[in-house]
Ligand binder design. Structure first.
Ligand SMILES: *Cc1c(COP(=O)(O)O)cnc(C)c1O
Length: 231
């Protein structure tokens, strides 16, 4: 399939998932994850009209950002080491992986030094898998309260990763859990403004994530594809 065909196919599946769950496709934004492909392919992704680009490591992203950073909106979606914050700040408008206080402190410091505000998702480990990054759900409220006065970080929502399952349906409890946590935090008025966003769903499970309320889905292999020799 060509990129155009993959985009059409994904859009059709997004529409169907929205129809099943009484949502509209405008509520679901795509982060095109380019970590498996070259700068040339990333340029094609931007040419195709996809505007949100996701990368999970600065080492992989650097070439692409240097060539194309003036286009599109860049999302940092992977685990972020504290000593890499200085590399990504100001380049990535969204950080999907805020998961600890030391990272929040460094983001606040670096964003303040540059006079900018970074949008962040609090990454939560709903599935409880040891291999997954993210705060335990029961720590989300106190964490958000702790960083309330970090005026250079705007937490707009929550992010999670589901375990890989052969049956996407088996991931539903993870996505439902993230939505319920967001709704509970909003009910309790933990943040000054309600958390509106849910970053959840990847190639294998995005339809289930949409049915459970995803507002950002992060799609790599199914949408952008993979190229040999890239990783
Ligand atoms: C790689 C990656 C994705 C996209 O993965 P696919 O399964 O290829 O869609 C999404 N989110 C994160 C955090 C990733 O690292």
């Amino acid at each position: 399939m060509t990129l155009e065909e993959r985009i059409q196919d994904v859009n059709r599946r997004i529409e169907q998932a929205c129809r099943r769950s009484g949502r509209t496709p405008e509520e679901v934004k795509i982060v095109a994850v380019t970590k498996y492909v070259s700068p040339a392919m990333t340029a094609k992704v931007l040419d195709s009209g996809l505007e949100h680009i996701g990368e999970n490591r600065w080492q992989n992203a650097q070439d692409k950002w240097e060539a194309l950073g003036h286009r599109g909106t860049w999302h940092f979606i992977g685990h972020l080491q504290t000593n890499k914050v200085k590399d990504v700040i100001g380049k990535f408008e969204y950080i999907h992986s805020l998961d600890r206080l030391s990272l929040a402190k460094e983001l606040e410091k670096q964003a303040a030094a540059r006079g900018l505000q970074v949008k962040a998702f609090l990454q939560v480990n709903i599935s409880g898998e040891d291999s997954k990054y993210g705060l335990p759900p029961e720590e989300a409220a106190s964490f958000l309260q702790e960083i309330q006065n970090f005026s250079h970080i705007k937490v707009i929502g929550l992010m999670t990763m589901a375990p890989f399952e052969d049956e996407a349906e088996d991931t539903r409890f993870v996505f439902r859990g993230l939505r319920e946590l967001r709704d509970e935090l909003n009910r309790r008025g933990i943040t000054q403004e309600p958390l509106t966003e849910l970053s959840m769903g990847m190639s294998n499970d995005f339809e289930v994530a949409i049915e459970e309320g995803a507002t950002w889905i992060r799609l790599g292999s199914i949408l952008v594809g993979k190229e040999e020799g890239e990783g």
